[in-house]
Design a protein around this ligand. Structure first.
Ligand SMILES: Cc1ncc(COP(=O)(O)O)c(C=O)c1O
Length: 388
């Protein structure tokens, strides 16, 4: 039997994070590598009751094919939350499918796609299938630098992909003034913005900044997800898009999977319809805020002076910068030998990787293990970060 992969498939590579996660499945490993939410936040009893209700009250439609656009009461709930029309809402199979569909309908081979430096690896993977030319937009500790969107960068760009809230991988949040400036510059340059926002609700103080979409509904496509506020295994996310784009996305989704499972959409709606998220999300914020503080305190105590990091105001990640001469991938080898895992930062860069960076996630590790793990990592870093 002889067969050939398509050229597109030949360019596919496995995510560096997935490869690392295989190692972290060993029970003795303390993993700061994953991007998974804490299972302690999954509302299991609520979901159990919702399953029973859905199967009792509407067994046939819950188990039948449904409309590609999504389950109407769920679309209406999302529309109300964002003050848009349900006609602009497409329910997706996780926001990862949103990225895939948007890549398919907006990118041709060689199209310029603007991304943050660094950016979400899963988006780079999803867009890569359409073979774009990634253009990195300058970013600093506050996120994307709007003035970096020069005509040289924006001319002919299909879109700018950005994560204004507690970005994966850096945990940084774009200040309001930058949001306003960004939307203005992109609009003047005629560049569509794709706003990916799975972490916006996870602000530790509860303060939420206005979405880019609220500032420019016609110029911004917004992606959201129930993965980080309910459970990722449900695979329910959504895209809010202007009508023309919405229609094209529906066609692309039809080809991809006909629709997101009727069953999980109804379960999500059953759980959230009476305001449950408003009581549930604060418990996630508190838990993650405490875990984050524990990690930051341990880092201050154990990490060497020449290592720096940010103090996120929400989300699941801390971004660490090692001295310029230190390669985080080589540090990872030493860390794994000591049963500690993290994700090197390099794969998150579309161009010119900064090899001296790494991402730490604190949400799935108990506090005592966070402290122990950071102490061990601190010892390794103290050895590896000498000189330069
Ligand atoms: C920035 C970002 N976008 C999208 C996703 C995909 O999320 P989901 O498909 O579970 O909604 C993730 C998952 O970690 C993410 O970090």
């Amino acid at each position: 039997m002889s067969w050939t992969f398509s050229q597109r498939a030949q360019k596919l590579t496995s995510s560096a994070i997935r490869e690392i996660l295989k190692v972290t499945e060993r029970p003795e490993v303390t993993s700061f590598a994953g991007g998974l939410p804490s299972p302690a936040t999954f509302p299991v009893e609520r979901l159990r009751a919702a399953c029973a209700n859905v199967l009792t009250q509407a067994p046939s439609p819950a188990l039948q094919y449904g409309p590609t656009e999504g389950y109407m009461p769920l679309r209406e709930w999302i529309a109300q939350r964002y003050k848009v029309s349900p006609a602009n809402v497409l329910v997706t199979t996780g926001s990862q499918q949103g990225l895939d569909l948007l890549g398919k309908v907006l990118i041709d081979a060689g199209s310029r796609v603007l991304v943050e430096t660094p950016t979400y690896l899963g988006a780079l993977q999803a867009f890569s299938l359409s073979e774009p030319q990634f253009v990195s937009v300058p970013s600093d500790d506050d996120g994307l630098v709007p003035d970096g969107l020069t005509p040289e960068l924006t001319t002919g760009a299909r879109f700018l992909y950005c994560l204004p809230n507690f970005q994966n991988p850096t945990g940084r949040r774009l200040p309001v003034a930058r949001r306003q400036q960004l939307v203005r510059i992109a609009s003047n340059a005629g560049v569509l913005i794709l706003e990916d926002d799975p972490y916006g609700a996870l602000s530790y103080s509860g303060e939420q900044l206005p979405t880019l979409h609220s500032m420019s509904p016609d110029g911004v496509v917004h992606m959201g997800s129930f993965s980080k506020v309910l459970a990722p295994g449900l695979r329910v996310g959504y895209i809010i898009a202007p009508e023309l784009l919405h229609r094209k996305l529906v066609q692309a989704k039809q080809a991809a999977d006909l629709h997101t499972p009727s069953f999980t959409q109804r379960i999500v709606h059953e759980v959230i319809k009476d305001g449950f998220l408003d009581e549930h999300i604060p418990t996630i914020r508190t838990l993650y805020g405490e875990q984050c503080s524990t990690m930051l305190d341990a880092m201050r105590e154990h990490f060497p002076q020449n290592v720096s990091w940010n103090r996120p105001a929400g989300g699941m990640f801390i971004w660490v910068k090692l001295p310029a001469h230190v390669d985080a991938t080589l540090v990872l080898e030493k860390a794994i030998a000591a049963n500690i895992a993290f994700v090197p930062g390099a794969p998150f860069f579309a161009n010119e990787p900064q090899k001296n960076t790494l991402r730490l996630s604190f949400v799935t590790v108990p506090k005592d293990k966070i402290v122990q793990g950071i102490a061990t990592l601190g010892e390794i870093l103290s050895r590896e970060c000498q000189g330069g």
